[in-house]
Design a protein around this ligand. Structure first.
Ligand SMILES: Nc1ncnc2c1ncn2[C@@H]1O[C@H](COP(=O)(O)OP(=O)(O)OP(=O)(O)O)[C@@H](O)[C@H]1O
Ligand SMILES: [Mg+2]
Length: 509
């Protein structure tokens, strides 16, 4: 008889159960094969498993060893199969009695040559998958235990090494299970508080609206006008992540190997600011083993693209689908994978190559052609997906020298949080979280206009040649502005403010 135990393979953002079978005999001494679509890291497991077993004071079988990872069609990456392979071999070799029932257990972890366990990626996805499959207990490296326990129901046993696990399974020692602790969620990076930004009230107002409804925003203005500074203060006015959102974000960071939080949960909203030299794959995700890109790492948070016009056009174009759908589909030979990418885009750029076009104090030295070429770097479809276009002028010295403190982020955040609560009530039976995510049908239901407002939008659509997308986006923006005022009805004033963010951009043309 061969032995069979359970593990899980991370595919995209989720995991699927994998059976790890081990058989011995029927071949030459020392021959050890792993079959079932394993990649190089899994195949290399042979060397690590052999040493780890020997160095944990067990004997490695002196006959041919065959390990099968099933189902074979499922791609299996990374070294997390070391532990289940070792356990399966030890079981087959008689170190774990047949009477010990392992059917309800799941094992995952990378082995060091001395038998110690090393952390893996995707622990939360594996725990959720095991839980859903009805398994009762997950054994994994201790560094991943807090993260895995976020799945809540499943028992999680943190491991230091292979020997300890075998002794525990035999009942010779008892490893305490990982306790569940309700995590606190928080948000504020204090050094970037909005009160430190002098003047620029209209930008702060726009940022408040963007934060309240999840709308995209583009700032353009001369060098040193505070665009980058303003963008960095943006996370401080965003509402806290809900636990469900935090779990989604944690899964993304975990499978990308970027989870740094001690207790396993990403608590604050992500703020990603990739440089303009980043490749398309780095931005939207991909690679031989598809991993989430910056837009997914910014999920439920902010993607800040500074010097927007410096990003190569194909890189920006790759963002068209995710900006519309909130997910990115990565196609690979093995099939399609989807990563979530619902983020608020904050972009900033100068109005021309020298930076001073339209500045009140300095003359622009660019030719008309230069300005045109600079602006053409950003395509119409991308600009159409940005709800708010804002001119950021240089702050006058008088304002800069002012001693009166500006409103702090906490006060703004309170209003944003209130507006989000109204949206949560509105979407309690839907999958949306913020107004910007509404479908056209939902817009029709929730953004009814009175006659006066209808006339206003009709005039705007014809005079500004607005696209259907722009029309719906304006309505969503107006909805958010009304929510901030806690008004049920969208008034012409709300609509006019929403329109002004779109029409005034000279970059549109
Ligand atoms: N409104 C403001 N209040 C306080 N300080 C400001 C303000 N605007 C700019 N500053 C100061 O000027 C510095 C430069 O601003 P920032 O880097 O944000 O400009 P920018 O608009 O991004 O310029 P560039 O187009 O060159 O990237 C900030 O670090 C900050 O110290
Ligand atoms: Mg800047």
């Amino acid at each position: 008889m061969f032995s069979k135990i359970f593990s899980a393979a991370v595919v995209g953002l989720d995991a699927e159960m994998v059976e790890v079978e081990a058989d011995t005999g029927g071949g030459e001494h020392g021959f050890f094969t792993v079959v079932g679509l394993p990649d190089k890291a899994v195949t290399e497991a042979r060397e690590r498993v052999r040493s780890a077993i020997k160095n944990s004071s067990f004997d490695f079988p002196r006959v041919k060893v065959t390990v099968n990872l099933a189902p074979a069609y499922l791609p299996k990456h990374g070294p997390a199969f070391d532990l289940p392979i070792a356990v399966s071999i030890l079981r087959k070799n008689g170190y774990l009695d047949e009477k010990i029932n392992l059917n309800d257990f799941v094992f995952t972890g990378e082995l060091a040559l001395n038998g110690d366990l090393r952390p893996i990626t995707g622990a939360l996805s594996i725990a959720l998958c095991a839980q859903q499959a009805g398994k009762t207990c997950l054994f994994l490296p201790e560094e991943n235990a807090a993260e895995a326990k976020l799945a809540r129901e499943i028992k999680v046993i943190p491991l230091k090494n292979l020997l300890q696990l075998i002794l525990h399974l035999r009942g010779e020692i008892a490893i305490p299970e990982q306790p569940y602790r309700d995590p606190e969620l928080y948000n504020i990076p204090i050094e970037f508080d909005m009160q430190h930004v002098k003047g620029q009230e209209h930008i702060k107002r726009a940022m408040e609206i963007a934060a309240a409804g999840g709308h995209n925003l583009l700032m353009f203005g001369p060098p040193g006008s505070g665009k980058t500074m303003l963008a960095k203060t943006f996370p401080s006015i965003l509402p806290d992540l809900s636990f469900a959102e935090a779990l989604e974000v944690t899964k993304i960071y975990s499978v990308s190997g970027k989870l740094r939080e001690k207790n396993g949960l990403v608590k604050s909203r992500p703020f990603r600011a990739p440089h303009h030299t980043a490749s398309s794959a780095a931005l939207v995700g991909g690679g031989a083993v598809p991993t989430p890109g910056e837009i997914s790492l910014a999920h439920r948070g902010v993607l800040f693209l500074d010097e927007f016009a410096e990003f190569p056009r194909p890189v920006l174009e790759a963002m068209r689908q995710p900006l519309e759908d909130g997910v990115i589909t990565v196609s690979r030979a093995a099939g399609h994978l989807e990563f979530p990418a619902k983020f608020i885009l904050i972009a900033s750029m100068n109005p021309c190559p020298c930076g001073y076009y339209g500045d009140r104090g300095r003359n622009c030295s660019c030719s008309a052609i230069q300005i045109q070429n600079y602006r053409k770097k950003i395509s119409g479809p991308i600009l159409d997906r940005i709800d708010m276009h804002l001119e950021v002028p240089r702050v006058e010295f008088k304002k800069l020298a002012e001693e009166i403190p500006a409103e702090n982020s906490a006060a703004i955040r309170e209003r944003v949080t209130k507006a989000r609560a109204i949206q949560a009530e509105r979407f309690k039976n839907d999958k949306f979280i913020a107004n910007a995510e509404m479908s056209s049908e939902k817009v029709r239901q929730c953004c009814a206009l009175n006659d006066e407002a209808k006339k206003l939008i009709a005039a705007a659509v014809s005079s500004l040649n607005l696209s259907a997308r722009a029309y719906f986006r304006i309505l969503k923006l107006a909805r958010t502005i009304a929510d901030l005022e806690e008004k049920r009805e969208i008034s012409p004033t709300h609509l006019a403010e929403a329109l002004q963010y779109r029409e005034k951009s000279s970059l549109d043309k």
